[in-house]
Design a protein around this ligand. Sequence first.
Ligand code: FAD
Ligand code: UDP
Length: 372
Amino acid sequence: MKYDYLIVGSGLFGATFAYFAKKAGKNSLVIDKRPQLGGNVYCEQIEGINVHKYGAHIFHTNNKEVWDFVNSIVPFNRYTNSPVANYKGTLYNLPFNMNTFYQMWGVTTPAEAQAKIDEQKAFALTCLNGREPANLEEQALCLVGEDIFVKLIKEYTEKQWGRKCSELPAFIIKRLPVRYTYDNNYFNDLYQGIPIGGYNILINRLLEGIDCKTGIDFFDNLKNNWQNIAKKLVYCGPLDEFFQFSLGHLDWRTVTFKTRIEDTPNYQGNAVVNYTSYDKPYTRIIEHKHFEMFGNNIYNCPKTVVSEEYSVEYKYGMEQYYPINDNRNNTIAEQYKILASQQQNVLFGGRLAEYKYYDMAPIIEKVMNLWK
Ligand code: FAD
Ligand code: UDP
């Protein structure tokens, strides 16, 4: 039997694509080189807790259609991301809001905070002299000024990306809201949460009734004869690898995790604590149970699982996590995308194949639009 689609990668792109293909009466074979399905949203159960094995994932979107769709697959809980930043032992709320400004400067009203921030960013704005910020450092200094840049952005960002803030694109920092309200919600989106029971339920339901094989690398023996298996290919692996790196290697940032069980029901009181200074080598500590257990339920589970996150430069063979969308890499990626557009019956989709810093919801939105 020949499939309509061979889907390489069982992450959210591949799984959602397979789901809509099935609804449209098409059959697919989904393969993944990892030992399990789900891509980066896969969770491992430890001590009754869903541990986000490939990094903490919080679903958020403004798109009601996407939200209704994922909730039709599995209902989502009310988790609201409100990380805390630890700078040399002092805690600040994130994203940058009235709580942060109070902790930073003792200001208590929006007017006082606004005046303080205007004062803080005046120098940066003068230096720009009307032009747009050219990099992350300039962008951050124009958004929130010197003190917040130094204590909450600079070292965290440099740990995370392994590059100076002045060498990173400005858009990265625009992901973070700046608010003159006492609102610690990390996202501005209308909807957010975690699937009740965990992400594996979402993936398993998307892939229900679809042929899936794990532990299979597309490049081992399928690259040159996939046409014998399927009419079309949906490729969610790394863009450069598909073309044997012929135009050069794309850079990625990867993350390693040190995960341990702590013999306490509540280790840090929050799912996410960012360490924004160099004195800690990790960028953040995730306490996984707080994504799905709230209030006194936290204490019904006697242990907890925490992961320290270390951001490292990608080397061949590691997991590719974040595309590095600087000029050099974007230029190479664009050239690969021209080659990709010339491939017959191949769709390149998702974070790795599009070399794009995608969140989960835009991935689902993209697949939904493909099937409209
Ligand atoms: P992936 O999930 O990476 O899936 C790609 C799959 O392809 C993988 O399973 C891989 O094994 C497989 N594959 C690759 N090459 C081959 C091959 N040669 N043969 C077979 N299989 C192959 N988004 C949010 O909205 N909220 C968050 O809080 C959030 N946190 C994140 C934290 C981290 C650390 C990272 C890295 C990303 C985060 N994201 C978050 C983004 C989110 O992970 C992505 O948007 C989403 O997972 C992308 O889905 P995908 O299917 O494109 O890629
Ligand atoms: N960031 C920061 N301090 C923080 C958290 C984030 O400077 O405490 C910066 C950092 O450069 C990061 C960017 O904001 O890359 C975007 O943060 P976000 O949490 O959206 O990144 P994610 O980990 O979700 O990719």
